[in-house]
Design a protein around this ligand. Structure first.
Ligand code: UD1
Length: 433
């Protein structure tokens, strides 16, 4: 069990290079397995969720080569239809194998997925969608079994309304319908940049997906897809996390290598809270020269305020003047981080779908846990802003979504180190800020 030790109270300053988007890499690596051929993907982050998906697909017969951030996907040998339970239960995105296997092999038997504990997260919308595409779908022994009728030649084209603009459902149905015999129209489709990224890659593979980025996507099935070369978009959630590290510590952080238009909602809120923001062609800079003020936020599907930045924003607002509120409208429950930040002296109260945050003068370091990926980001931000030392456990949750977190934060001036179970903190992280 490794730990992260942070000695807080130092304003973070400098430039941080953003990695490729985890939430694009996962469906795009899966999509590459639709081709009986080789694809080359650039800007793929080295985070645990990507490694887990690779292990799942390798077990099904795909092969990978890694060279820095370049991943070569060779799906020629993919010939199995039942992904491994132990790997799938670690991550909800493992369910993308269902869309891929259905489109490629006509059937799939996929374990119901696990993932972050951020409320009940069933896959009923995905299953309804597969059924609408003509598959016979059933749940048995903890697996979803789905198969197109034997002589059907894949998905039939249908109109399908995507409940709650689900990102995963939109992507899984794009995958499942990409090869097939008709035109599928998804209405109320998710508009997230990661959906668009996946559609762009599918089209490079020869698919005919139109309208991604709007709430109506049409997918005209094609007989075969081929390999393609593509560069994954930068990770807007990782970038937002580092920008909020700067805000929380009264610092000045430039996140570079990103697409500024993905940041409208975040920049709007941090500006309202008193930070100065500068948008550059390839980056976003956020500087806090005065006290942070309280703000009210509702999370929403893109282009609204991203639910994945709710916990990091809440951590940054613990020291804002006044009472802030964040209403979570995407996930049923996303407040696991609240008790951890309270251990550090934050004043927070959860009432139904809303957390109210009364700003305090100072947080103080404490032993805490990274309970899921973004709850982990929240305690990191709390620790950076707090006085004294914070010890963060369950760091494997941070590894799921953040590549090189310790190194990137250290390059911004954080006193941070990563230790195994036995090791004592060294001077860097124990030195008073
Ligand atoms: C993706 C992101 C996740 C982000 C979320 C919302 C990945 C790997 N993960 O998750 O980081 O927080 O989008 O932006 O890209 N739902 C159902 N039944 C379903 C599917 C979804 O009830 O079959 C519910 C979910 O529980 C949730 C809501 O719909 O409350 C939206 O979920 P969805 O957009 O599907 O999120 P994910 O794709 O799982």
């Amino acid at each position: 069990m490794e730990r992260i030790i942070i000695s807080g109270g130092r304003p973070l300053r400098g430039t941080v290079r953003v990695s490729g988007a985890k939430n694009s890499s996962l469906p795009i690596i899966a999509a590459a397995c639709l081709a009986a051929d080789v694809s080359i993907l650039d800007n793929v982050p080295h985070c645990q969720d990507v490694l887990t998906l690779r292990a799942i697909l390798e077990d099904l017969g795909a092969r990978f080569e890694v060279e820095g951030a370049r991943l070569t996907v060779d799906a020629r040998g993919l010939d199995r239809t039942i992904p491994d339970y132990d790997l799938c239960r670690r991550m909800r995105a493992s369910f993308y194998t269902a869309g891929v296997l259905l489109a490629r092999m006509g059937r799939a038997e996929v374990p119901l997925p696990g993932g972050c504990s951020i409320g009940t997260r069933p896959v009923d919308f995905h299953m309804k969608g597969f059924a609408a595409l003509g598959a016979e779908v059933a749940t048995e022994h903890g697996h979803m079994k789905a198969a197109f009728p034997r002589r059907s030649r894949g998905a039939k084209g249908v109109p399908f309304y995507v409940p709650r603009s689900s990102v995963g459902t939109t992507i899984n149905l794009m995958l499942a319908a990409s090869t097939g015999r008709g035109v599928t129209t998804l209405t109320n489709a998710a508009r997230e940049p990661e959906v668009v990224d996946t559609a762009v890659f599918l089209n490079l593979m020869g698919a005919r997906v139109r309208g991604a980025g709007t709430d109506t996507i049409t997918i005209r099935g094609v007989p075969v897809l081929h390999g393609a070369q593509y560069t994954i978009i930068p990770d807007r959630i990782e970038a937002g996390t580092y920008l909020l590290c700067g805000v929380a510590t009264g610092g000045d952080v430039l996140a570079e290598g990103l697409i500024p238009e993905h940041f409208q909602a975040l920049l709007g809120k941090v500006t309202e809270a008193g930070a100065e923001t500068v948008v550059e062609p390839d980056g976003v800079r956020v500087r806090l020269g005065r006290d942070l003020s309280a703000v009210d936020v509702d999370t929403a599907p893109y282009p609204g305020f991203a639910t994945d930045l709710h916990p990091p924003l809440a951590a940054a607002l613990t020291r804002a003047r006044g009472v802030s509120s964040i209403r979570e409208t995407v996930h049923d429950s996303r407040f696991a981080y609240v008790d951890e930040l309270r251990r550090m002296g934050a004043e927070m109260k959860v009432d139904g779908d809303t957390v109210r945050i009364s700003g305090v003068e100072q947080l103080s370091g404490a032993p805490v846990e990274a309970l899921d990926i973004r709850a982990g980001a929240a305690v990191v931000i709390g620790a950076l802003a707090a006085t004294g030392m914070t010890e963060i456990r369950t760091v494997e949750n941070l590894d799921r979504g953040y590549e090189g977190l310790t190194e990137k934060l250290r390059s911004l001036g954080a006193a941070i180190e990563r230790l195994d179970e036995e090791a004592e903190p060294a001077a860097a992280a124990t030195a008073a800020g």
